[in-house]
Design a binder for this molecule. Structure first.
Ligand SMILES: NC(=O)c1ccc[n+]([C@@H]2O[C@H](COP(=O)([O-])OP(=O)(O)OC[C@H]3O[C@@H](n4cnc5c(N)ncnc54)[C@H](OP(=O)(O)O)[C@@H]3O)[C@@H](O)[C@H]2O)c1
Length: 241
């Protein structure tokens, strides 16, 4: 049975991915940073639902490079091997270019770009075959700077996705998914999302469903590599006014 490592897998989008993959028969390593209790609860819940599969959780602060360098090897030590890496963990803090301190810049680059780079490199080094899926953001199609460090980190991760797809082929496929109006930030509610959704072609928040269907499409489509699937209700097309 195959094993997936999902970063930031204990809550929100990461949890939805974990539950979805578990339902498809995957063993899981659920990575978390501060959410120990939700991660352990999710592992117990999945063990109850799928007693024939293996689930574990591992803590790593993705800002700490030394810790990140151990994560793939720890995951393999726990599960024997891994066949899928989902780079989902992320930080998302506002600030245009003028308001971006070097600290804010570094945090985004470390968690959203450098940690995925290290994990992808180590996956390609220690795993003979499999898939890498990077969670991006439909924001990468615009030059809006209200979340400048975040957008730069995700734009960079898209270029890394393409470079890695080229280098790691044919045994490892590397693809990306760009969500849009998916879940409200933790300090906002659904009404905030519906307001944002008024401006996108499909006129409603996407929820996690298009992300999960994109994951299935990537995994089933065995010649797909270096591609970006927009799970964003058409937001990447821009506004028709
Ligand atoms: N939600 C949306 O509407 C939306 C839209 C577009 C794109 N996306 C992308 O989809 C993915 C998931 O979105 P989300 O909203 O579910 O993400 P999220 O809740 O903001 O973050 C996911 C996880 O990232 C982990 N994380 C943050 N800092 C970390 C660090 N220093 N070390 C290790 N882990 C860290 C956190 O783990 P702990 O809780 O364990 O600390 C958190 O649970 C992200 O890549 C995001 O950019 C989401």
């Amino acid at each position: 049975m195959d094993t997936a490592l999902i970063t930031g897998g204990s809550k929100r989008v990461g949890k939805a991915i974990a539950e979805h993959l578990a339902g498809k028969g995957w063993n899981l390593v659920i990575h978390y940073n501060t959410s120990e209790e939700p991660a352990e609860r999710l592992v117990k819940q999945l063990q109850t639902h799928y007693p024939g599969q293996k689930f574990t959780c591992l803590q790593t602060d993705l800002i700490n490079q030394n810790e990140v360098e151990r994560l793939i090897r720890n995951a393999i030590a726990n599960m024997g091997s891994i066949q899928l890496l989902v780079n989902n963990a992320s930080i998302f803090k506002p600030g245009n270019l003028r308001k971006t301190s070097t600290g804010l810049f570094d945090d985004h680059i470390l968690v959203n770009f450098k940690a995925p780079f290290i994990l992808m490199r180590d996956f390609a080094t220690f795993c003979t075959n499999g898939n890498i899926i990077n969670l991006l953001d439909t924001r990468i199609t615009s030059n809006k700077t209200n979340f400048a460090a975040y957008s730069l980190s995700k734009k960079s991760l898209w270029h890394l996705t393409q470079m890695a797809a080229l280098e790691f082929a044919p045994n490892i496929r590397v693809n990306a998914i760009a969500p849009g109006v998916t879940l409200p930030p933790v300090d906002k509610d659904e009404s905030y999302l519906w307001e944002l959704a008024e401006k996108i072609p499909m006129k409603e928040p996407t929820g996690t469903d298009p992300i999960l269907k994109s994951i299935d499409f990537i995994l089933e489509n065995t010649h797909l590599t270096g591609q970006l699937l927009f799970a964003d209700g058409g937001e990447n097309l821009g506004q028709n006014r």
